[in-house]
Ligand binder design. Structure first.
Ligand SMILES: [Ca+2]
Ligand SMILES: [Ca+2]
Length: 282
């Protein structure tokens, strides 16, 4: 059987998370740097649910997360968790499928990134809880390990060293991927269905526990819609521009190359040998 080629436009699909290079297919949902205004050093982060991009979390679920001038090596006004009180410190970020404070539009792919500093943990853990809608959690544990729920990740981190944590959910692609400082450390299926919210939480079992986050960004992205493009008898899946660039005939009414192989003429007007047919199907 002839291989079906899927052509995708790399410029659209490749995820560039920098705001300056964002394509039209992407929407910046959160861009929270805890800077002033609206946030104030020594105060809890301001919360709100404006139109995207939002500069605030949507809620403080528990405790006393506090905007600080610096914590350890995170020196550009992060949000600190711990703050010499015990108990949960938790921020919530509502996502599109959240009944309260959600965004008006849902997306196929979500990309989260944030600077994380685990300064000290003595028995507590710090966790990124993702409700999509069943829980996907990423734990920073007191023994220096990084783990997930559902289980699968077995990694480590360094106390006192900021890291860039990135998480990508591809919901139709049924995949979630975790990167630290640009390196993929985990990738698996179980991407979930609808993304209701994510939360960040320090369990706070000791007053010395200290964690800080900064530059929390979340992007939504829709997959381009691909249709059949016939270049001769070869079938490709592309968008209109991709088909045009290949000199093909675009068929927006068709979205699969298999099993019917729509680019093969069902009643060939030109005669062909068995050898020629076999070459087509090889
Ligand atoms: Ca900041
Ligand atoms: Ca606290």
């Amino acid at each position: 059987m002839k291989a079906v080629l899927v052509v995708t436009v790399v410029a659209i699909l490749a995820f560039d998370s920098s705001p300056a290079n964002a394509g039209e297919a992407q929407q910046l949902l959160y861009d929270v740097d805890f800077g002033s205004p609206p946030h104030t050093v020594g105060e809890p982060p301001v919360t709100g649910a404006e139109d995207p991009p939002r500069g605030t979390p949507t809620g403080i679920s528990f405790g006393d997360p506090t905007v600080v001038e610096a914590l350890g090596l995170l020196t550009d006004q992060p949000c600190a968790f711990g703050n010499r009180t015990t108990g949960y410190d938790q921020l919530e970020f509502a996502m599109p499928d959240h009944a309260r404070d959600g965004f008006p539009e849902s997306y196929d792919i979500y990309h989260l990134k944030m600077d994380v500093l685990i300064e000290r943990l003595t028995g507590s853990d710090f966790v990124l809880l993702l409700d999509i809608p069943h829980v996907h959690n990423i734990y920073f544990n007191a023994d220096g390990t990084m783990t997930t729920f559902p289980s699968g990740l077995n990694s480590t981190f360094e106390f006192g060293v900021p890291l860039l944590l990135e998480v990508t959910y591809d919901i139709p692609g049924d995949n979630w991927t975790i990167r630290v400082d640009g390196e993929v450390i985990y990738s698996d299926d179980h991407a979930g269905t609808v993304f209701r919210s994510f939360r960040v939480n320090l369990t706070g079992e000791h007053i010395d526990d200290a964690v800080a986050l900064d530059n929390i960004q979340v992007w939504g992205e829709n997959r381009p819609v691909l249709h059949v493009c016939c270049v001769g008898e070869e079938c490709f899946l592309t968008d209109y521009d991709g088909c045009d660039a290949m000199g093909g005939e675009y068929h927006p009414e068709l979205d699969e190359c298999e099993p019917q192989e729509p680019c093969l003429d069902p009643t060939p007007v030109r005669s062909t040998s068995w050898g020629g047919l076999k070459a087509v199907y090889r």
